[in-house]
Design a protein around this ligand. Sequence first.
Ligand code: FES
Length: 121
Amino acid sequence: MTTWNLSGMKSHLFICNGSSCMRKGAENITLAIRDEIAELGMDEQIHTTRTRCNGRCKDACIVIAYPQGSWYKASSAEIGREIVRDCIEQQNIQHTIYRTINGNMMLNSEVASTTGIDKNK
Ligand code: FES
């Protein structure tokens, strides 16, 4: 089993590999994200982890970037590659469901996504 030292990483991408996301291409998206990181020479800046369900199955495939606090809707391998290019700079909101602004997660109304169940009620 590998134990990574993540000191110095600028972003950690959690790529959902739950069953709903896998049905919508998560394997190819995962491979594209990792390939893009390698092609850009960003292995020492961006780490990836496959996860189980992140609770937004209707927006599959979900990719989450921390510490940026952005949630992405990756519906293709090409969008996965765009997420790699965006996760650190945070310049393109085109595929984000949530951005974290001043410590608060904000739903991006410009991306078609499920509002979901309100946790405050
Ligand atoms: S399986 Fe990916 S969000 Fe549920």
